[in-house]
Design a protein around this ligand. Structure first.
Ligand code: SAM
Length: 235
């Protein structure tokens, strides 16, 4: 079969340092700030002239972390509790032929400093280091399909999860002056209930950990409640 060669135009710098706990779609956690850093011949202002007129852009990217793991025709969407199988093309699953993802994200700004072109973004659902293969402006008149319905994924996933922090975690957060939204960011990530579907059925208290920015965050889940026990600097 004919092969297609695709070259990244840039890479994402994101607070999500591992797949676990990344929201399942963009804009679910608006505090997730990221940079798209252009590389090589694409690191030129001409490529983005006029883009600041758009509030949102589409990013096309490669699911690079899982791309070498192949794909399945049938996948188990987390929405369906991980039990029912659907065709991969009926889902947004990462394990897909060609491993290409698409996310509409908020464009916060364009920065060109010391010869480096970056787009400033928020609400991303992308792992740090994700290769970007194309960008297109989001067009409300065409892309926002208000009459569309979406079967098993029709509504924004809402959970009843609540979040609290230990005194130690609050003291740590308050010291992080460069991350004024850190508490809200962690809260919104945990409210999404990042646990895999099969773990959500567990009734006993469970411990979890994730990395956001340079921080390791530990929390326990008891029923519908998350309690952040400890935050530390990643080594
Ligand atoms: N909005 C995109 C789409 O619809 O194509 C992505 C949806 S996919 C269900 C979102 C998940 O992809 C995230 O929760 C994260 O676990 C995973 N992910 C994000 N960036 C990735 C990457 N570079 N490689 C592999 N998986 C990634």
């Amino acid at each position: 079969m004919e092969q297609i060669t695709i070259e990244p135009i840039g890479f994402i710098q994101s607070p999500y340092k591992q797949k676990f706990a990344i929201p399942r779609q963009p804009r679910l956690v608006p505090e997730a700030k990221a940079k798209l850093r252009f590389v090589g011949e694409f690191n030129r202002e001409e490529f983005v002239r006029g883009i600041e007129e758009f509030t949102h852009i589409w990013l096309l990217f490669r699911f690079h972390e899982t791309a070498d793991k192949g794909y399945s025709a049938l996948v188990r969407p987390p929405r369906l509790g991980g039990n029912e199988r659907k065709g991969v093309f009926a889902t947004r699953a990462t394990f897909r032929p060609n491993g290409i993802g698409m996310s509409a994200v908020k464009l916060e700004g364009v920065e060109y400093k010391n010869g480096q072109l970056d787009l400033l973004l928020s609400g991303v659902d992308l792992l740090d280091g994700t290769p970007i293969i194309d960008i297109k402006p989001y067009l409300r008149y065409s892309d926002a399909l208000v009459d569309a319905t979406a079967g098993f994924a029709d509504t924004r996933p809402e959970t009843q999860m609540s979040v609290s922090f230990s005194d130690e975690a609050i003291v740590f957060i308050e010291k992080q002056k460069n991350y004024p939204e850190l508490r809200q960011f962690i809260t919104n990530v945990l409210k999404q209930d990042p646990r895999p579907a099969y773990k959500k059925k567990r009734t006993s208290q469970q411990d979890y950990g994730m990395s956001l920015y340079d921080f390791n965050i530990r929390w326990t889940v008891d029923g519908e409640h998350n309690h952040v026990t400890e935050i530390s600097l990643a080594k």
